[in-house]
Each structure stands twice: as C-alpha cells, then as structure tokens.
Design a binder for this molecule. Structure first.
Ligand code: ATP
Length: 870
C-alpha cells in the first residue's frame, strides 16, 4: 500500500528521484514496458464493418429488392446496374465516414490533457499518455491528475475526488502524513492523488505509482467510453427534413405508380421507375455530406489554431455577434516587462531601484519570494506576470533560488483571480515574514500601515490617495500594476486565516504587456461583420481602458465598468444597461457569468474566453466557450466548445469566419442536392400526368443521382471561403436553411431542370419518331449535364461565377468534368450503351443538349446580376 509508506521509501522502491525525476531514456523504456497511460477506448470499426454498415439502410434494402425482382423477370442488365449503384454508394459512404472519423480522432488527440513532469532534472510538459510509473509530476490548480500518485510535497493542495467519493467538497491533501492502517477508503488516502481527479487549489508534487488500467479509475471503470455522438442542431434538423422529404418522395412515387397503372403502362417498368425515383429523390447522402463538410471544416480550423471540441459549435460560430475576450494573453502578448516602480512616494523607471533603501529592497524581495515561477537562463516557466518579476530581480543579481534558500518558504496561500492576491510565509532572521502581492485595491484593503523611507506610517486617506494616484498614472500608460505588502509574525503563531490582514504596504511595480499586433485588424473585421468585441479583465480599469482604446474596442472611459459597480446593480438593471459597456475591468470569474447572461438576455449569441479553474461556469453559459490552449487549465478546456492553441483573439475571429463559410457551404450542398432531386421528380411526374412515354429509364435516374449526389455535392461543401463573408451581419440562428430566396431558388431551379429534360425528350421524339431510346438518351444527358453546370452557380448566391473566380474550386471542376466524361463513355461505348439502353447521339444532338443544359446556369447568373441592379 503506497499510502502507508513514507515518500522516501516510495521513491526508492520506484527507482526515482525527486530532484531529477526519471531520465528521458528510462521514461521511454518504462513506457514501452508498461504501455501508454490511457484507459482503453472504443474499438474502431474495420473497413469491412464500415462497408457493411452502409448497407443497413432502408433505401438499400429497397434497391436490393428491385435488383432481385429485375433478375427474376429477366432484366439482368437492370439488376447489375442497381447492384453497381449500391456498391459505389457504399464505397462513397465508407470513404466519407472514415474521413470524418479520422478528422474527429485527430481532434480528440489534440485536446487530451497534458502533464508536467520532471525528466532529467527539468520540468517538461508531456501528453498524459506518456506518463510512466516513477515520474515526478507537478500538480497545480486546474490540472487533472494524470495517473495515481503518492504525494511528496503539498501546499494547501485540494483535489476534487467527487468521481470516486461522491463528496462535492474537494479533499485536503497532505504529503507529509503516512497512514498506518491497511484498509483505507480512497477518500481517506490524504497522501495520494488519483488519475482523472482534479486539483482545484494549491500546489503539489507526486510520484507516479500506477498508470492506465492499473489505477483506481482503471479498476472501477474497465472501459470509459467518452465518445458521445455529438450531432449539431443543423444535423438534427436535417435528419427531420430528410424524413419529411422521404415520406413526400415515397408518396409521389406511389402516386406516379398508381397513375401509370391506370394508364396501362408496363407494370414492371413503372415499378422500377417508382423505386428508382424514390431512391433518387430521398436525399440519403445528405447526412454524410454534412458530416464530412463539418469534419473537414474542423480540420481546416485546426490549421488556423482553433480546436473545436463540440461539433455544434461550428454552426453556432457563424451566428456569434458578441465576442467577450480576456485581455491578458488574448488581446495582449502576455510578454510582460517591468518598467516602473513606485515606492517612498516616487514613481520611477525600474532602472533606478536602489537596494540600499529598505522599501526598494523589500519590494523586490517580496516580489521574488512570493512567486511560483522559475527563471533560469535555459527555461522560464510559470505565470508571465511572475516571470517578469523574477526577470526584474535578475537585473539586480537577485535570484529566486538563492533567496529561497536564505528565506525558506514555510507556508503559502496561492493566487486566485477572486482575491487577486498571493501570500507566502518565509523564514527571516529568526522570525517569519509574510509577503503578499496582488492588485493594488486588494492590497490596500488588507493593509493598515505603509513603509515610507525608514518609517512605518499609518495608511491614512492621504497616503492612500497618493498611492492610488500613482497607480492611475501607471495604468493610464497601459501598465499592469502589482503591489506588495508584508508583515513580521511570530513563528509560533502561523494561522492561514490571519495572514492576509494588517499588512504593511511597501510599493508597486508597473509592467507593460503590449497588445498583439494583429488584433487591431481583427477588431476592425469584427465590426464590419456586425460583431461587437468586448474586453474582460481582472486588471485595473485604467490599464484596461488604455489598451482597449489602443485596440479600437472602446472610445471613452464611460464604456468601461468595474466588478464593484456590477455588484451594485440589480440583475435587471445590469441586463438593461449592458449595451453601454465594452470593457469590464477588475472582474472575477463570477462576474463573467453575469456578463454572459446579460448579453444573452438581449438575444445575442455570445462567445466568452477563459483559462482558469473558476472560468468553467462562464464558458458553459456562453453560446461558445473558448478556452486558452497554452495558459488554460484542464478545467477550462473541459468546459469549452473551442480551444485556441495560440491563445490569440485573432483566432476567434478567423474561427467565426470559418464557421460562417462552413454553414454556407453546407447550405449550398443541400440546395444543390434538393433542387436536382426535385428536377427528377418534376420530369417523371409531368410526363406521366400528361400521358407521355417515360422520358427516363430507372437506371438513368439512379445513374444521374449517383454522379450528382456524390462528388459535385461534396465539392460544393468544400468550396473555398467567400472573402466577403465578413461583410455580412451574423446569421440569425433561428433562420431556416431555405429562408430568403434560397427556398424559392431551389424550387424554380428544380422546375427548370425538369422542364428542360422534358423539352429534350419531346424534341428527341419529334426528331426521331421511330426511336424512343434516342429521345430518352437526350433527356438523360440533359438531366445529368444541366445539374452539373448548375452546380457552378450554386457556389455563391450573390456573386457570379466570374466574380468569385471560375477556377477557384478545382474539386467541383473535376467533378463536373468526370461527370460529363462518364456520360460520354456510357453513350459512346457500345457494350456499356447497351446496358444503359442509350443511343449514340449525333454531333447536332450533342450541340443541342449541351445548349439546353447550360440554361439553368446562365439563368441563375443573370438573376444574380439583375438582383444586384435592383
Ligand atoms: P485577464 O486574463 O482576464 O485579462 P488578468 O490576467 O489581468 O486578466 P488576473 O490574472 O485575474 O486577470 O489578474 C487580476 C489582477 O491580479 C492583476 O491586475 C494583478 O494585479 C493581480 N495579479 C495577477 N497575477 C498575480 C499573481 N501571480 N500574484 C498576485 N497578484 C496577481
């Protein structure tokens, strides 16, 4: 039992070392010996299984039935064609599905948690899967525990073990204890940390004692199946639409069949025609196309540094009209440099520090000792604010390691963004010194004295005023202000609760964190796209406004509000007034929830960024929760819909643009598919109603369906993004797919293509009265080729093909050429022509059918120009 042994014994048994960790070679060896540290996951379907699953579909059963009936009555060629259609359809399905699955798998990999381990004496971030027994793991608030650990060090460490114990209050951990008993429940193993639980507070270090299935969670859950099928609202709506259209198609086909029977037509032919038409008219390929377009879009977004965790987010992104963004690191570079300091009533450049002065010395010492970052020549790790403080110390030859040795830390209260403070207790000349650093307002609240020169004075209103004036001065220059206070205490009396009280204020440091260069342009783009950018920050109001103004987020200080002021509003008045504010300063995570709710109360679609443990609620409340990939905690990532791998605001804007384009592309595929299907129905329905000969044979319908529903529809789905998409306002999320003129265009285009097919057929009958096959061939070609040409004008509802660039979608051009080529092959190669029951067309016929086929495309382009003129 690891918990009953001392940490030294555990380290010895596992052949590990607290100061160096395992060597890289040893870790590699152990990894290959014990395998990756992951719980077994769902088995993947093999290609054959995928293929077979494609066949489990009502439409396919119907087609199989049709093939069998055709074979029984001797129409062998028909039945072969039907089987080929089934086969090709299934292959396309397999390709689409496995491509979509691969994309999603890559996503999962990207968003798996990472662990900080000590290897070869250095701290490294590695994927949790690579953690091995004996690894020394660093735990900090917000991180998932990557494996089962015996704790070696802990500082106010609290871990949420609700998954095991059902206890909602996080458990206190203590590395120093050993537990003598044998039979101890998980909840009582206070010197252990378990895989998949979550550190919510404090810090710790532990040595890995068990990985993968050899952990407590591995034992309990032999198999954790996280892969929930996430379908998007659009996919759900489409599934519904598919069903409705399916029923409608079956009804119409039934009707055609009945009418045909009354007309005394050939029963078998009509039966096959009705079935083929039903198969063609039901957009069964639609879900697959939507899935693949989403998956490919999501892959493109990865390249642009946005990882989508929840598929519905892709669609919602296109509707976002408010982007709330943290300032530090997202709008700014998170590269802090201390430039100014304020002590003894003077605000000076940081180069003017004089360590002989007590205030200057205490200020710098406090900032270095009350600090969790590390700064060496080789590596800088930790919070950039704290790194900047260490960097300032290094300029004066003050190094954290040596100071720490001299003034050993014996206790601490970690930083959190609610208190905006951090405190340590350090040994100091026989006694103890408490150092607290944090936001100036927070420091002033807990201090009652101030150090001025050699003297400790009362922190009266006058002193406070001059301090705040200096803080304002620094923040007006966009500097982030950090203050420091201290007190001396008796070593016999260290009580955590009394540490952050009655402190002596020492001074302040101001650090610059320049805005990201590209963000200004992104903010402009947001505005032209009808999106309001909002800055949210824990920083001081003036600092926030200075940066917001520089970036173009806010014009006047009246557009800023601070957390305290928010608290003074009732929820109702806050909701009412929310529109007036663009910058929210000194907010805590809990305010973020209020802000999101207030914006949402006006029907806005809100995106919110976050990184800390406490940001999870606001990320969940937002329509799009965005977590930081670099600085974000596992909790924030777990709650988010999207993760930014570069923590950059610009990436959110690109993701919105991508989201808009993906939605548009899906709509294009759908409009195209449905108008083509409608065209086929119109052709047959009209011909039968008018008691003409059947213009299309069942195999013709199946074939046209095969060549248009597959590649052209998919190619529309991957159409390159429209550059003008960010000049439009955000899409209303309630808007139907067929709103505006989309629905009308769909119906008109279907009708036109149907009519042209019939024209070709009637002209054919007229030209070749003795050969029905010749006329049918002309109708067949017009139906197929007009759909192919028409796909070109579906690419953009407003701009003509020549405006968006005729050659910009190579896939679509390829699909069209392939479709026409196959059509030529079918008609011109005699054995194949025989199977398809088609006739070789003359060049005059070809000229005529091609001209007819161009009409829908030309009409659509003309309509675009006319609409624009109006
Ligand atoms: P955001 O990322 O939301 O734009 P932020 O990073 O500035 O804001 P916090 O990290 O919550 O927000 O910081 C709020 C304030 O707390 C800062 O203005 C600073 O005064 C203080 N602060 C920040 N980091 C530390 C730290 N490590 N120790 C003590 N105080 C800190």
């Amino acid at each position: 039992m690891w918990f009953s042994k001392t940490s030294e014994t555990v380290l010895k048994e596992l052949n590990s070392n607290i100061s160096t960790g395992l060597s890289d070679e040893e870790a590699k060896k152990r990894l290959s010996e014990y395998g990756p540290n992951r719980l077994s996951t769902k088995k993947k379907k093999t290609l054959l299984q995928l293929f077979i699953s494609q066949l489990a579909d009502v439409m396919i059963y119907i087609l199989f039935g049709a093939a069998i009936i055709s074979a029984i009555v001797g129409e062998i060629s028909d039945s072969i064609i039907i089987l080929i259609v089934i086969f090709i359809n299934a292959i396309i399905g397999v390709v689409q599905e496995s491509k979509a699955e691969k994309a999603l798998e890559a996503l999962k990999e990207l968003s798996t948690p990472k662990a900080i381990v000590k290897r070869g004496g250095e701290l490294k971030e590695v994927p949790s899967e690579e953690v091995v027994v004996g690894d020394i793991v660093v735990i900090d608030a917000g991180r998932f525990i990557p494996a089962d650990l015996r704790l070696i060090e802990s500082a106010n460490l609290k871990i949420d073990e609700a998954a095991f114990t059902g206890e909602s209050v996080p458990a206190d951990k203590d590395a120093m204890i050993t537990i003598e008993k044998d039979n101890v429940t998980i909840g009582d193993q206070h010197n252990m940390a378990f895989m998949s639980t979550l550190a919510t507070y404090g810090r710790g270090i532990g040595v890995v004692v068990g990985t993968s299935m050899d952990t407590q969670i591995g034992k309990i859950a032999k198999m954790i199946d996280e892969a929930e099928e996430d379908s998007t609202p659009l996919q759900k709506r489409l599934a519904q639409l598919g069903k409705t259209l399916g029923f409608a198609a079956i009804f119409i086909c039934g009707l055609i069949f009945v009418i045909a029977l009354f007309q005394g037509r050939d029963m078998l032919e009509m039966f096959l025609t009705a079935i083929s038409l039903a198969v063609a008219a039901i957009p069964e390929g639609l879900p697959a196309i939507v899935a693949i377009v989403l998956a490919m879009g999501v892959q493109r977004m990865i390249k642009e540094n946005a990882i989508i965790r929840k598929l519905p987010a892709v669609e919602t992104l296109g509707s976002v009209n408010i982007i709330c963004s943290d300032k530090t690191g997202t709008l700014t570079q998170n590269k802090m440099t201390v430039t100014k300091f304020y002590a003894d009533n003077s605000l000076l450049n940081i180069d003017n520090i004089e360590l002989e002065k007590p205030s200057n010395k205490l200020l710098i010492h406090g900032m270095i000792l009350c600090n969790d970052a590390t700064y060496t020549e080789k590596s800088k790790t930790g919070d950039p604010t704290e790194i900047a403080l260490l960097e300032a110390g290094v300029k004066y030859n003050l190094f954290k390691e040596s100071l720490n040795e001299q003034f050993q830390r014996i206790d601490e209260i970690p930083f959190d963004s609610d208190r905006k403070l951090m405190t340590t207790v350090n040994k100091h000349e026989g006694g103890l010194k408490v150092f607290t650093k944090g936001a100036i307002d927070s420091i002033l609240k807990i201090s009652n004295k101030a150090l001025l020169g050699e003297d400790i004075v009362d922190l009266n209103d006058e002193v406070r005023k001059s301090i705040l004036k200096a803080a304002d001065e620094m923040s007006d220059e966009a500097l982030r202000v950090l203050a420091c206070a201290y007190k001396e205490i008796d070593s016999s009396n260290v009580s955590i609760d009394s540490l952050e009280t009655n402190l002596i204020y020492v001074g302040m440091l101001g650090m610059i964190d320049p805005p990201r260069l590209e963000v200004r342009d992104s903010i402009k783009l947001c505005k032209s796209a009808g999106i309001t950018p909002i800055m949210i920050t824990g920083d001081y109001r003036n600092t926030a406004f200075a940066i917001a103004k520089e970036l173009g987020i806010a014009e006047s200080i009246d557009e800023t509000i601070s957390g305290d002021e928010i608290d003074r509003f009732t929820e109702e008045t806050f909701n009412e007034n929310i529109k007036d504010y663009k910058v929210f300063a000194r907010v805590s995570p809990e305010h973020k929830v209020k802000i999101v709710k207030a914006f949402k109360s006006h029907g806005n679609i809100v995106s919110m960024t976050g990184d800390g443990v406490n940001d999870a609620p606001s990320l969940k409340t937002a329509d799009i929760g965005v977590a930081m990939g670099i600085t974000g905690t596992d909790v924030a990532k777990g709650a988010a819909d999207m993760i930014l791998t570069d923590d950059n605001f610009t990436t959110i804007v690109s993701a919105v643009e991508e989201g808009r384009n993906i939605y548009n592309n899906i709509r294009k595929s759908i409009i195209f598919l449905l108008s083509c299907n409608f065209g086929e129905i119109v052709t047959l329905f009209v011909a039968i109603l008018l008691n003409w000969d059947t213009p299309l044979l069942p195999i013709h319908i199946l074939w046209v369906n095969l060549i248009t529903d597959s590649f052209p529809a998919l190619s529309l789905g991957v159409d390159p993004g429209d550059k003008g998409v960010m000049n439009d306002p955000p899409r209303d999320p309630k808007e139907s797919l067929f709103s505006g003129r989309f629905g009308v265009l769909l119906a008109i285009n279907g009708a036109i293509m149907g009519a042209l097919t019939l024209v070709a057929f009637r002209v054919g009958e007229h030209l070749y009265p003795d050969s029905l096959m010749h006329a049918q061939t002309m109708a067949f070609v017009v139906l197929a080729v007009s759909q192919l040409f028409y796909s070109l004008s579906v690419r953009n509802p407003k701009k003509t093909l020549f405006e968006i660039g005729p050659l910009t979608n190579k896939y679509l051009l390829g699909a069209i050429c392939l479709g026409i080529l196959l059509q030529l092959v079918i008609i011109s190669i005699p054995p194949i022509a025989e199977i398809f029951k088609v006739f070789t067309l003359t060049s005059r016929d070809w000229g005529f059918v091609i001209l007819l086929s161009l009409i829908p495309f030309i009409l659509n382009e003309l309509i675009k120009i006319l609409f624009r003129k109006r």
